[in-house]
Write a protein that binds this ligand. Structure first.
Ligand SMILES: NC(=O)c1ccc[n+]([C@@H]2O[C@H](COP(=O)([O-])OP(=O)(O)OC[C@H]3O[C@@H](n4cnc5c(N)ncnc54)[C@H](O)[C@@H]3O)[C@@H](O)[C@H]2O)c1
Length: 252
């Protein structure tokens, strides 16, 4: 039977790569996102993908989305909690509390809500797996990005707890911690750093590369390939782990 896969915030970015990669294995794929135009695009691009709007900062939206996903997929084997927003680039003392709340809602609370609603269905699977997106920011502190770092560390605590609680049901839980990934988002992050530090974009990029052994950005396709491996039978003994994919990054 094909794997049945739910991926959050997957109409664009790394999530879309997850959708492409799982669809290419023959899996049935459901994606949700807040961006309606991007949902239309992904539905056109990947034949058979099920795409549905959902604002993951709203608990009521999640409570409607997860049962719909399970019904349309005919069950659930793979949950990828991909959603994560970066928030603003400001020191803690100046960080707006409303923005803190927004980052925590999307990066951590939505992960909790999607997962708690998915668990009863994953228990019905022969090989359930949860993959949660952390970040290099979940391994180090991150200047001027406090809610992002705090939530990405939180993702790891949540993932390790899921692995302990769910192992007896044959469900595995792992976190992926990417470094700087090629794409629009990292360009926005670099722009924020340049603005707050007064450095040029070129200087900011060079500084980011100086912190890693391999001087390159991460290809999002490689992250998707890692997720496909983790969800495969070959990954059956890997649970409770944080898998960095970051060109050996030594700090954020
Ligand atoms: N891009 C990177 O360099 C990088 C590095 C490390 C970790 N990550 C993590 O990987 C994951 C994916 O990152 P990305 O760069 O692909 O993200 P992205 O910024 O490209 O956004 C992906 C999708 O999230 C959707 N989204 C935003 N807010 C939403 C909401 N409230 N409800 C539903 N959907 C919403 C957007 O519409 C978009 O389609 C995140 O958890 C991120 O923290 C990314």
């Amino acid at each position: 039977m094909p794997q049945r896969v739910l991926i959050t915030a997957a109409a664009a970015g790394i999530g879309r790569e997850f959708a492409r990669a799982f669809a290419a294995t023959g899996a049935r794929v459901f994606v949700c996102d807040i961006d309606l135009a991007a949902l239309e695009e992904i539905a056109k691009e990947i034949p058979g993908v099920i795409a549905r709007p959902c604002d993951l900062s709203r608990r009521a939206d999640i409570e409607a989305m997860v049962p719909d996903a399970v019904a349309r997929l005919g069950g659930l084997d793979v949950l990828i909690n991909n959603a994560g927003i970066s928030g603003m680039t400001l020191p803690v003392a100046d960080y707006p509390p409303d923005d803190w709340d927004k980052v925590v809602a999307v990066n951590l609370t939505a992960m909790f809500d999607v997962t708690r609603l998915a668990i009863p269905h994953l228990k019905q699977s022969k090989a359930g797996i949860i993959i949660n997106m952390s970040s290099v920011a979940g391994r180090f502190g991150f200047r001027n990005r406090s809610p992002y770092a705090a939530t990405k560390w939180g993702v790891i605590g949540f993932t390790k707890t899921l692995a302990i609680e769910l192992g007896e049901f044959g469900i595995r839980a792992n976190a992926i911690a990417p470094g700087a990934v090629e794409g629009d988002r990292i360009e926005r992050v670099f722009a924020g750093r340049a603005q707050i530090s007064g450095r040029t974009l070129t200087e900011v990029r060079a500084a980011a590369m100086a912190e890693q052994s391999i001087k390159a950005m991460i290809d999002p396709k490689d992250i998707a390939a890692l997720a496909v491996f983790l969800a495969s039978d070959a990954g059956k003994s890997i649970s409770g782990q944080v898998l960095p994919i970051d060109n050996d990054r030594q700090r954020t």
